[in-house]
Design a protein. Structure first.
Length: 434
RNA sequence: GCCGGGGUGGGGUAGUGGGUAUCCUUGGGGACUGUGGAUCCCCGGACCCGGGUUCAAUUCCCGGUCCCGGCCCCA
């Protein structure tokens, strides 16, 4: 009998688990440098928490079941409701709140490129303020993380604003906003012909349809927004304010990163709870699904708890990120520490060898020795296979004068060093190498 | 849930209606009881499952299953 991995789940071997761990540790480090605090959410929640937000439709795409107490529960399909639940059940947390988490999340759907049934997600939110500064800080965090992963130039940030879009559509005499949003959400995946006919079917007049297509297909750079839109519609005071706020946000974000950032009116995001700015990051070549996405959701806390708490957040999954990092040649664990393999020339010297291994480990070095009772030749072979940088050979002859041999595994050069000062000697060698 | 394309050792592959299923790689061991990656030798390991056609199926047909990709949906 053999057991296979479940559909949509992954086994991560060292060559994948280590780079993934590296990527998330960078994200975590950068979030902390922004003053974000780490939280952790449960893996299982009441199914009602998601019904509340998006109705029964989402429920069919969750890993959910009835527990032994008869409760309907689900493996969490996203982090945000749990985070909001945690925030609103504590009243003593000073605002603004900056929180991040790295949960695993689950969704029951057909796996495809960039989408699996289980994945890990980096999630960050700012609660308690509704300002362009907060929006920019959060998007700035996302960009700084990607830059920290050395992805500069490999991604674009697309920004839009739900309020602006609603305003725009109203001005075009469109009132079935959410229906139109879900069509707009598919703009980049459908042909213009199909897209236009979908809009027409939803009651949008022909002339307006062509305007919408034209507006959606352009990328608008910072500073051009008002000018661009004025050729399609009148800009009243209300719309003007929304545009000004967006320009402010864009301007602040440009302080965080040199990455390409533009307004893209086709980015509306499917989730119904967004109330203001929305954004998505894509690979520049446009080959992959979105790397991360998020936006402002000022009404969710009220829905969950009755408390009025503005919020902006984003989530970044590890699946697309992995594809992108692999394409950029950055999928490796960044441990640049040299690895030492301590060998014994004869089996009765294991005690001395282990002393050296322990001493090296205490001083922060990566040190290994044979545990298979193998001879020197086999130990060196093993050191090679484990990509050790140095082998330290403990032998009787050298020990008579308290020396051990250190062998550089890349060029084969050897030298004798004093066993008692081994840590200092190694540090000295390292400095020379640098 | 729906649609398309695929399943030959751990990974990558060749091939065939009939004999011990090819090659590379990986793994284990040895030549080598104080010096590794080379070389040589040995060993382990596969035709997804079920049914049908046939004297005979890994090969052809059907169904299932799994993988990959896409749709739906998007957190």
């Amino acid at each position: 009998m053999t057991f296979e991995r479940l559909r949509g789940f992954r086994d991560l071997y060292p060559e994948d688990a280590e780079p993934k761990s590296w990527a998330f540790s960078i994200a975590q480090e950068i979030a902390r440098s922004f003053g974000f605090r780490m939280i952790d959410i449960p893996s299982l929640e009441s199914l009602d928490l998601y019904r509340l937000k998006s109705g029964d439709e989402l429920v069919g795409q969750t890993f959910s079941f009835t527990d032994k107490g008869g409760r309907e529960v689900t493996m969490v399909p996203e982090a945000t409701p749990s985070v909001v639940r945690m925030l609103t059940s504590r009243k003593d947390i000073p605002r603004p709140v900056r929180w991040f988490s790295i949960p695993k999340i689950w969704r029951y759907e057909e796996p495809q490129s960039g989408r699996l049934r289980e994945h890990m997600q980096f999630n960050a939110d700012i609660f308690g303020v509704d300002t362009p500064e907060a929006d920019a800080e959060l998007i700035g965090l996302a960009a700084t993380i990607l830059d920290g992963l050395n992805l500069q130039g490999n991604y674009d940030i697309r920004i839009n604003d739900r309020k602006l879009m609603e305003n725009l559509l109203h001005k075009m005499n469109i009132n079935n906003i959410s229906e139109i949003f879900s069509i707009i959400d598919r703009f980049r995946k459908t042909s213009h012909e199909d897209f236009s006919s979908m809009l027409k079917q939803s009651g949008v007049p022909d002339k307006t349809v062509s305007d919408i297509v034209s507006i959606l297909e352009h990328q608008i750079n910072r500073g051009d927004l008002k000018n661009y839109l004025s050729s399609y519609i009148d800009i009243d005071q209300n719309l003007g304010q929304t545009i000004d706020r967006m320009e402010t946000t864009l301007s602040i974000i440009s302080q965080y990163t040199n990455s390409r950032i533009y307004v893209d009116f086709s980015t509306v995001r499917g989730l119904s709870y967004y109330t203001g700015i929305v954004f998505e990051v894509f690979d520049s070549k446009g080959e992959l699904r979105s790397i991360l996405g998020g936006g402002r959701y000022d009404n969710l806390a009220k829905l969950i708890s009755g408390q009025d708490i503005p919020a902006v957040g984003f989530g970044m999954g590890d699946v697309v990120l992995e594809l992108l990092l692999k394409r950029a040649g950055l999928w490796k664990s960044s441990s640049d520490k040299p690895r030492y393999y301590v060998c014994t020339a004869s089996d009765d010297l294991r005690k001395e060898a282990l002393e050296i291994v322990i001493e090296l480990r205490k001083n922060g070095f990566i040190a290994t020795m044979d545990v298979a009772q193998r001879n020197l030749s086999a130990q060196l072979k093993s050191a090679t296979i484990n990509s050790s940088d140095y082998a330290i050979i403990v032998g009787k002859k050298e020990l008579e004068t308290d020396q051990v041999t250190i062998r550089n595994m890349s060029d084969g050069t050897q030298q004798q060093i004093n066993k008692m000062k081994i840590v200092n000697e190694i540090k000295k060698m390292k400095r020379h190498a640098d």
